[in-house]
Design a binder for this molecule. Structure first.
Ligand SMILES: [Fe+2]
Length: 214
């Protein structure tokens, strides 16, 4: 579903949790194991994280095909996700200049937030970057009081800014994170998260997508 946010919009879709529960549990297990790997545990917080421990496999994105590990191309949940990426790209208008049938996965990684952690304001691409065009976030484990995603109304081009508290409420558009929810946005769109307030972890998959010219 296209959701207007400030002067543009984002794509939001919820998978049928009951229908895909087994697959969501499998994906949760894959992410949990991946994020407990020494190559992840030995790495410091990613620069976007503040206030608490965040685990991320972003530094392994070039060496490891997470979509293959999750069997995205062979499962119903994976097919749902890929079709949603296409619908999102169309809704966000990338089809006007790009061949959105040909995804180029730029980086794909998993992220885990622990209690007290937040993502500071950041974007995934600057104005003059060629890729990525779109970012997809798929939430696999979201406990009650998990961190929510907040889009920010800001015209600059800085890749990273401060915590959410440095922005006025009128600059914020909050979307609840929940298990089985997909949110796709323009890679240039500034966003942050609220503070993760649960003792249980919040895990998601982040997919940066590029599209070749038409
Ligand atoms: Fe992000």
């Amino acid at each position: 579903m296209y959701t207007p946010v400030f002067t543009s919009g984002v794509w939001l879709a919820d998978v049928n949790e009951a229908e895909h529960n087994d697959e969501l549990c499998l994906w949760s297990n894959v992410l949990e194991q991946l994020l407990q790997h020494p190559k992840v545990l030995d790495t410091m917080n990613v620069p976007d994280a503040a206030g608490g421990r965040a685990l991320s496999s972003v530094h392994l994105a070039g060496q490891m095909d997470l979509l293959k590990l999750l069997k995205v191309r062979e499962t119903r949940l994976g097919h749902w996700l890929l079709y949603q990426l296409y619908d999102a790209a169309k809704a966000l208008g990338f089809d006007k200049t790009r061949d959105i049938r040909k995804f180029k996965f730029h980086r794909v990684w998993a992220n885990e937030m622990s209690k007290g952690c937040e993502a500071v304001a950041h974007r995934h691409a600057s104005r003059d970057w060629v890729i990525p065009h779109m970012v997809a976030i798929f939430y696999v484990d979201v406990p009650a009081n998990g961190a929510d995603l907040v889009f920010l109304d800001e015209d600059g081009d800085e890749m990273r800014l401060g915590s959410l508290t440095s922005f006025s409420l009128s600059q914020q558009y909050r979307l609840q994170s929940r298990r089985g929810r997909l949110i796709c946005h323009d890679a240039k769109q500034l966003h942050a998260t609220t503070i993760h307030e649960s003792d249980l972890p919040r895990r998601c998959i982040i997919i940066e997508v590029g599209f070749p010219p038409k």
